[in-house]
Every structure is written in structure tokens, then in C-alpha cells.
Design a protein around this ligand. Sequence first.
Ligand code: APR
Length: 173
Amino acid sequence: MPIHLVQADITCLPVAAIVNAANGGLLGGGGVDGAIHRAAGPALLAACQLLRQSPDYRQGLPTGAAVVTPGFGLPARFVIHTVGPVWHGGHRGEPELLAACYRNSLRLAAEHRLATLAFPGISTGIYGYPKPEAAAIAVREVRQWLAAHEWPQEVTFVVFDAESQRIYERELA
Ligand code: APR
């Protein structure tokens, strides 16, 4: 079964890559972004600062885009940073941008031949995306990708609360 669901702290998962729900500045934040930077250590921030100096990311990471760095102090080898949309009611392209976060993260995992990938609930915290709608997009995009690609081989949805667990269980049923 290539899709798993677990209620856990994503920074503890020994997968090839964890996905970070970052902001466009790429220099850390609260929520899962803060947890990942704390667990990875200052080398992750240094790597992100270096990215920001490169021509591609001087303006930061656009919403929906993804970029990979090493995981440093994390058990995961890599971190795929992606910027989810802030929820504004669903009529400013939020669904398409959230879908792009999942697709672009999956594409990077495939390009790097990463076998195992773990996603948090992108945009469902500080960015306010309703959890049911976000989970439906996440499951749809991952299922579509895995049906058409060899990599990654396993994707884990990591939830951080019982409500999200129930929502994903329903989506994955
Ligand atoms: N492990 C797994 N999931 C977590 C963890 C963790 N350690 N910490 C938080 N979460 C969950 C939240 O409960 C939420 O469901 O991750 C989901 C995403 O929440 P946020 O981290 O708030 O991310 P998001 O809503 O995408 O907002 C991004 O928040 O942290 C800042 O810099 C970040 O500005 C950006 C914004």
C-alpha cells in the first residue's frame, strides 16, 4: 500500500524527505516550519539563506512552488519546502495552488529518486485552509501522481491532531 496515514511529529520520521509548509521567505516561521528548522538545526537556515541569494530564489519561493534542501539534523535526508496558499475563501486560486504544492513536491521527490515522502497538512494551520477541502486535494493529487509514476514509492500523510486524522481516514477510505 503506497499511501500511509500517521498522527506524528513530522520531524521525527525517518523518511527520505519530509515536506515543509514554508512561507515564501524560506527563512523559517512557526508551525511545522518552525519545528523542522528547530529539529534540523541552524545548517538548514544557512542552506535556505544560500538559496535566497541564488538568482532563482532572490524573490523568495512563489506559492505552489517547491525546493529541496538537505535535512541536516533531521532523521529525514531531505526537506522539500513548499509554500501553500493562504485561504481567502477559495475563489483566489487556492485549490489550484494547493494542488501545485503537492504535485511539485512529488515531482522533486521523483527527480531525486526519493522512495519515501511525508506531507504535513499544507496550509491547514496558520494559513487557514479548511482541513476537509485540503485533505481531498492532497489525497487526489498523491493518488494521481502515484498511479502514473514509479517515484516516490511510499507517501505518508502526517496529521497533528485527531480531527485531521478523522478527515484523512474518510478521504482514504
Ligand atoms: N508535525 C506534523 N504536522 C505539524 C507539526 C509537526 N511538528 N506542527 C504543525 N503541524 C500541522 C498543523 O497542525 C497543520 O495541520 O501542520 C499543518 C500546517 O500548519 P502550519 O505549520 O501552520 O502551516 P501552514 O498552515 O501551511 O502555514 C504556513 O506558517 O509556520 C508558518 O512559516 C510558515 O508562514 C508559514 C505558515
